[in-house]
Design a protein around this ligand. Structure first.
Ligand SMILES: N[C@@H](CCSC[C@H]1O[C@@H](n2cnc3c(=O)[nH]cnc32)[C@H](O)[C@@H]1O)C(=O)O
Ligand SMILES: [Zn+2]
Length: 432
């Protein structure tokens, strides 16, 4: 038996308190055996967490990981113009190889910033799955379906491909990969396609993930066409089950919040993307008070422009207060929960809490820096002051993915070189 003890640090516990403790990990099963003080001599191997905070690995609840290749490619536009004028034309040129390279870069960035799991909506999903498998992270993957502006055959093919990939990859990579059916949004997938394919996704037993209520501009056409607000429409279409999770939820009214709470459908809050595209401010405090499960996501790197969940945490706290016009809204412990257990619960993962029997997905954050001194409150530091570069070690499924900032499963320099080359060639193809 091989055990790893993560020793000498403070640990963020499931009740969001912090205590001095060690974490003993069983590597063959990938589970946490024990969280308690004085486990230092217990493991076959030791991971030094002294001067650090051991937290559950962060769970990025909504991403398009291969979009790292489009980081900085098109900025400073609202969602619809940005997608239609810049992003979709560029994505039209993305090859399977590009998606592989972009996903490698994104997963590398995740490991370096303490993220151990993510939900991803994109295309060429087998490439992304291969990267997840090799890099050692956990993911819920799906193919995004768009049916507008497509002929019927192409639209059906897209939806069928999404179901097929969900069926094929669920449980892959020793269970580190799970899947979902992923209609892109309530306005970019036609009603007849939802009617046809949502029941098929249910039969398959996978959750459904989609963008919803992201901009005011996507609420109006739904009200005009269907006579109800988007989430009432989503409920009518069978898209509001307890295993489902939607991205954004910016423009939701009280009735829609109630629908989410009653259904148990989770919301992935993406504050950086919402600010950058000027989509609006999600009512996070109201969602939390209503009992909705809220997680955090970066969205793609082209609307963020990084994949750091610690940045997202700070943005969530700041924007949540501004949205509520209340400095006590979205406090540090709520942010810490969204970053870990909230996102994990939204995605239906067992991770997000450091306790015996849970998957050993964790990050060690180095606290011995000027910007993390003094250390009155480590949950406050997690929400407001820690940054990606402070992450010292990353562990997923009991395996070390990064030790002392040295990524062990991905070749850092080679991935960056490949990404630079692929991104340049892509831009040349789009412009040419
Ligand atoms: N199979 C689909 C691809 C959909 S993948 C998911 C899509 O979501 C896009 N996307 C990224 N960020 C956002 C966002 O914030 N809102 C809506 N769509 C986004 C992304 O560029 C990608 O095209 C097709 O044939 O077009
Ligand atoms: Zn998105």
């Amino acid at each position: 038996m091989t055990t790893l003890s993560v020793t000498g640090g403070h640990v963020l516990l499931p009740d969001l308190t912090v205590t001095r403790a060690d974490v003993l990990v069983d590597q063959p099963t990938g589970e946490i055996l024990e969280v308690s003080p004085d486990l230092a001599g217990e493991g076959d191997e030791t991971l030094d967490a002294s001067g650090g905070l051991v937290t559950p690995g962060f769970v990025n609840g909504h991403c398009h990981v291969a979009m790292t290749l489009l980081r900085g490619y098109a900025d400073d536009k609202p969602l619809e113009d940005w997608l239609q004028e810049d992003i979709w034309p560029a994505e039209g040129e993305l090859t399977a190889e590009d998606v592989r390279i972009g996903a490698e870069l994104g997963v590398l960035e995740m490991i370096k910033s303490g993220t151990t799991a993510f939900a991803d909506m994109y295309f060429h999903v087998p490439e992304i799955a291969a990267v997840v498998e090799e890099a050692g992270v956990r993911a819920r993957l799906g193919r995004g379906v768009v049916t507008v502006a497509k002929d019927e055959d192409a639209a059906h093919e897209d939806a069928e491909a999404s179901l097929e990939v969900a069926a094929e990859y669920d449980g892959a990579a020793d269970g580190r990969i799970s899947t979902a059916f992923m209609p892109h949004s309530l306005t970019t997938v036609g009603e007849s396609y939802l009617d046809e394919y949502v029941p098929q996704a249910r039969e398959l037993g996978v959750p459904i993930h989609y963008h919803a209520n992201e901009t005011a501009g996507e609420v109006t056409p739904i009200v005009d066409d269907h006579g109800v607000r988007p989430l009432a429409y989503a409920a009518e279409k069978g898209l509001l089950e307890s295993e489902d999770f939607l991205a954004h939820g910016v423009h939701v009214d009280d009735e829609e919040i109630e629908l989410l709470a009653e259904a148990g459908t989770s919301v992935i809050h993406c504050p950086a993307s919402n600010m950058k595209l000027a989509s609006g401010m999600a009512p996070v405090q109201r969602l939390l008070e209503a009992g909705v499960t809220v997680g955090l996501g970066t969205d793609g790197a082209a609307s963020n422009n990084d994949l750091s969940m610690l940045d997202e945490a700070r943005d969530a706290a700041m924007l949540g207060k501004l949205a509520a016009a209340d400095a006590s809204a979205v406090p540090a412990d709520a942010v810490a929960e969204m970053l870990t257990a909230g996102s994990a619960d939204a995605l239906g993962l067992e991770t997000g809490r450091l306790e015996a029997g849970a998957p050993a997905d964790l990050a060690v954050i180095d606290l011995e820096s000027p910007h993390l001194t003094p250390r009155h409150d480590l949950v406050s530091h997690l929400a407001y002051a820690a940054a990606a570069a402070d992450v010292r070690h990353t562990v997923c499924d009991g395996q070390l993915l990064m030790r002392d900032r040295d990524v062990l499963t991905v070749e850092e320099a080679a991935v960056q070189d490949r990404a630079l080359e692929a991104a340049e060639a892509l831009a040349a193809r789009v412009d040419g």
